[in-house]
Ligand binder design. Structure first.
Ligand SMILES: NC(=O)c1ccc[n+]([C@@H]2O[C@H](COP(=O)([O-])OP(=O)(O)OC[C@H]3O[C@@H](n4cnc5c(N)ncnc54)[C@H](O)[C@@H]3O)[C@@H](O)[C@H]2O)c1
Length: 408
């Protein structure tokens, strides 16, 4: 199905809860996309959302894909239903926009990846961080050699449980997969993208609230080449007390990224005169460095750079065996507008993920957050969950890649 249908791509949403409605709002004005159907096991929910979008009401994936003009299926059911929905849609040759996680078990994630390999339909998994301008910029600075390879990735997530009542599916591992799978996949995937590799082993810890469900989890994932990522998620906070920090250790440089949807970051770096000049050239390249196809900037994004020259000694400095003459200190701020702009960046990242899917469906290519990325993230998350249960460090095995390499 590598072509644009005459009437544009027809979209069917499956799962019309809070996030399904959000996804439709985020993607509804993508040129060449039409909302055709809204499906939910709860027909009244589907009807309410369908009325808003002028769409047909359905109650299942099967019913939705049988409608004429459905080319893309967006899955926003609770996680345990994602894999079956994706398999059904892919077998019918439909493209799939799958909410994360792609599946709640490794076996099911592998089945989706295998079906995606066979199908004419493509898969994008809504790992929104893959479409975030700050993380794109950091990857670009790495590719340009301004940042050395990542040695440590540390994500601290003080998340809110304020809207997660005791009966919410989030707390039920059978329906959500648990915190590492339901939410952690975003950051396992982001860490792999920034590291340029999948982890080889992982150690997990789970902490149970007194008499209740697991609400704090930690994972330490070792990447090849002497790099390590730590992931901490604590769903124990009021909304107003939510805070997140992603700290990235690039050796001579450090990045601090705030917000789970990154909206602000600082980078400090030690460099020489040639490096200083390159850093100083970043602000005028801000548009290109922060560009993500399908994500519309709000216009107030800024990169500012200040270099303090000769603040360090001009004799060689050394860390982990790397010796450099780097007397200048760079302070770089990447500002997408902070928390106030989070709704914009979040919605636009979802729009960018859908744009990626449609672009590849029309012109060929592989989406950034494809089924392979979804599978790899579930593999790490599942191993971290089992490690916490068994108390053992476990290898990360990505099924269909077992014979191949682990780089990405
Ligand atoms: N990418 C992100 O940043 C992000 C953010 C929030 C939620 N999510 C994901 O979005 C998904 C939906 O979350 P939510 O908060 O909207 O959940 P929700 O419980 O509010 O809505 C889920 C809806 O799916 C329906 N449903 C359940 N099983 C179904 C089935 N088999 N067929 C059809 N409909 C079915 C339910 O009736 C409900 O209306 C989850 O997978 C969640 O992890 C992603």
């Amino acid at each position: 199905m590598n072509a644009v249908p005459e009437a544009g791509f027809g979209l069917a949403l499956i799962g019309c809860g809070g996030f399904g409605a959000y996804v439709l709002e985020a993607v509804r004005d993508i040129p060449g996309l039409r909302v055709v159907a809204c499906a939910d096991a709860d027909r009244d929910r589907a009807a309410a959302l369908a009325a808003r979008h002028g769409a047909t009401v359905c109650t299942s994936v099967e019913e939705a894909i049988a409608l004429p003009g459905v080319d893309v299926v967006a899955l926003a059911t609770p996680p345990a239903a994602h894999a079956e929905g994706a398999l059904t849609a892919l077998r019918a040759g439909k493209h799939v926009f799958c909410e994360k996680p792609v599946a709640v078990t490794l076996e099911d994630a592998a089945r989706v990846k295998e079906e995606a390999d066979r199908s004419s339909g493509l898969v994008v998994v809504d790992h929104v961080l893959r479409y975030n301008p700050i993380l794109r910029l950091l990857q670009r600075l790495g590719a340009e050699g301004l940042l050395d390879p990542l040695r440590r990735f540390a994500f601290e997530n003080d998340a809110s449980d304020e809207d997660l009542g005791p009966d919410h599916w989030f707390w039920d591992p059978a329906r959500s997969g648990g915190i590492h799978i339901e939410h952690g996949v975003h950051f396992f995937d982001a860490a792999s993208a920034l590291m340029g590799s999948d982890p080889v082993e992982v150690q997990g810890t789970a902490v149970r609230r007194d008499g209740g469900p697991v609400d704090i989890v930690v994972a330490t994932a070792t990447h090849p080449g002497g790099a390590v990522a730590t992931h901490t998620h604590s769903f124990t906070h009021a909304h107003r007390a939510e805070r997140q920090l992603m700290r990235l250790d690039h050796g001579f440089a450090e990045a601090r990224v705030t917000g789970w949807i990154p909206t602000f970051a600082t980078v400090t770096a030690w460099t020489d005169e040639a490096g200083a000049a390159r850093w100083e050239g970043l602000p005028e390249r801000a548009g290109d460095l922060l560009a993500v196809p399908g994500l519309r900037p709000h216009g107030q994004e800024r990169i500012t750079v200040s270099v303090t020259r000769d603040v360090g000694s001009d004799s060689p400095a050394s860390g982990r065996g790397v010796r450099r003459v780097v007397p200048h200190r760079v302070d770089c701020v990447i500002d997408l507008g902070g928390e106030a702009r989070k709704p914009h960046i979040y919605g636009e990242s979802v729009r960018a993920a859908m744009t990626d899917l449609l672009h590849c469906a029309a012109l060929g290519g592989t989406p950034v957050a494809d089924a392979r990325a979804g599978l790899a993230a579930v593999a790490v998350a599942e191993a971290a969950t089992r490690s916490a249960q068994t108390g053992r460090t476990l290898p990360v095995v990505i099924p269909s890649l077992a014979a191949g390499g682990g780089s990405r």
